[in-house]
Write a protein that binds this ligand. Structure first.
Ligand SMILES: Nc1nc2c(c(=O)[nH]1)N[C@H]1C(S)=C(S)[C@@H](COP(=O)(O)OP(=O)(O)OC[C@H]3O[C@@H](n4cnc5c(N)ncnc54)[C@H](O)[C@@H]3O)O[C@H]1N2
Ligand code: MOO
Length: 396
């Protein structure tokens, strides 16, 4: 049996960073850059107005009410910059080319137009006001985004603006999902005594899809060693990470541990001093990782969030591996025997966190409405309202 921290360290230490692959920018949301991207040109690439108004020479404005002669119009998309002489103003719009000679743009709200003249009701006018100079955002050749950047909608937009069409990103892991348990029914089967509808696959597939992982092969095995070994072998052919659900405890029909040994994996740890999810097993074979998740649904999901997710994120090149963690005051008291660290399904309410009713590992009702997990080490087995607790935010 290992501690929660030891288990996390071992998982991270054994998770490999996967190779890179080229993706179209449009398909790269949620991937992590595997190499630096340098700016192919300066941005802006020409002097742009940041306001609708008038391009002027700032030293022409000697007092509020200075009168200039209107001498042309520069509209966004025009490709030739107009020229401007002292004493003149050019009508200009946001995003349009600023004449080379212009040193500022006056917002139209600070002007008045009368018979071909523009009165400037602003003084003094600082040089460069409302002009986006060439390269103000980024200069040609400078680091646009370093390798390791998570591609968000903002990064996709930034790269598209620099006409980047393809990016080298870390590939996402392929997942093999093994469901075990002779009690499991598929939707469509009639509900009969002794049976339950299998739900861990839907839950884990949903959790994986939140990370953009969709290459998932699902297999079922009967509660016997041969069937479990055969399923594990099949799943190992093409997948990087195998998640087995159920059959990892000490019962006579729990074959996942034996099957993992049989297919030649090396066990890294079995059993974590935690509730729920004590019988978690983690093993590896070459670069492939194997998690045997306890079958109880809440145990499976806690183990997924606390151990599997960080491993997957490392494989995808991410730097932020664990769920975001913060300290919050707890709203209600909670006490436990202090034998194993506890992970509690919880809900954030304002600036407090509420441990939900129904913490048993078979029950998902609390998880269904949870937006966080409270982590209580054995040293903190009695909390009272207002005590600070460690809160792990679920991804939304
Ligand atoms: N004598 C002991 N018994 C148990 C121990 C122990 O230390 N000594 N540990 C308990 C703990 S803690 C857990 S957690 C469970 C883990 O058991 P398994 O991983 O072997 O899981 P199963 O027995 O196959 O199933 C447990 C429970 O979950 C339901 N289940 C399984 N798969 C699914 C699924 N895909 N969808 C929905 N529900 C599923 C299953 O029907 C069981 O009710 O062991 C304790 N026992
Ligand atoms: O560890 Mo089990 O997940 O408590 O029921």
């Amino acid at each position: 049996m290992v501690s929660v921290n030891e288990a996390k360290e071992k998982v991270i230490a054994n998770a490999p960073v996967l190779s890179g692959e080229v993706k179209k920018l449009a398909d790269a949301l949620g991937y992590v850059l595997a190499e630096d991207i340098l700016a192919p040109f300066s941005q802006p690439s020409f002097r742009q107005s940041s306001m609708d108004g008038y391009a002027i020479i700032h030293s022409d404005i000697l007092h509020s009410g200075t009168e200039l002669t209107l001498s042309g119009e520069s509209k966004a998309g025009q490709t030739v910059a107009l020229s401007l002489q002292s004493g003149q103003a050019i009508r200009i719009f946001t995003g349009a080319m600023v004449p080379d000679e212009a040193t500022a743009v006056i917002m139209q709200e600070h002007t008045e137009v009368k018979e071909g003249k523009v009165l400037i009701h602003e003084f003094p006018v600082p040089e460069g006001k409302n002009v986006r100079e060439i390269g103000k955002q980024i200069k040609k050749g400078a680091m646009a985004l370093p390798g390791g950047t998570y591609l968000s909608p903002g990064s996709i937009g930034f790269l598209q603006g620099m006409a980047v069409t393809e990016v080298n990103v870390y590939r996402k892991p392929k997942i093999g999902l093994l469901l075990t348990g002779d009690e499991l029914l598929k939707i469509g089967d009639p509900l009969t005594p002794g049976k339950i509808y299998e739900s861990n696959s839907a839950m884990l597939i949903a959790a994986l899809s939140q990370e953009g992982i969709t290459d998932i092969e699902v297999t079922y095995a009967a509660d016997d060693l041969d069937s479990t070994v055969a399923a594990l072998k099949d799943l190992t052919v093409k997948n990087d990470v195998i998640l087995a659900s159920g059959g990892i405890s000490v019962g006579d029909y729990d074959f996942v541990g034996a099957a993992l040994k049989e297919v030649g994996t090396e066990q890294v740890f079995y059993k974590v001093k935690q509730k729920p999810g004590k019988p978690l097993m983690f093993a590896k074979k070459e670069e492939k990782l194997f998690f045997a998740l306890p079958g109880n649904p809440a145990s499976s999901l806690v183990c997924y969030y606390e151990y599997v997710l960080p491993a997957l994120r490392k494989m995808m090149g991410r730097n932020d591996l664990f769920l975001k963690s913060l300290q919050m005051p707890v709203k209600y008291p909670y006490a436990f025997d202090g034998q194993r660290d506890e992970f509690l399904k919880a809900m954030i309410a304002g600036d407090e966190v509420i441990p939900l009713d129904g913490q048993e590992s078979f029950a998902l009702r609390s998880f269904a409405v949870a937006d966080a997990i409270i982590y209580l080490p054995t040293t903190q087995n009695k909390v009272k309202p207002g005590d600070l607790v460690e809160v792990h935010l679920l991804p939304f």
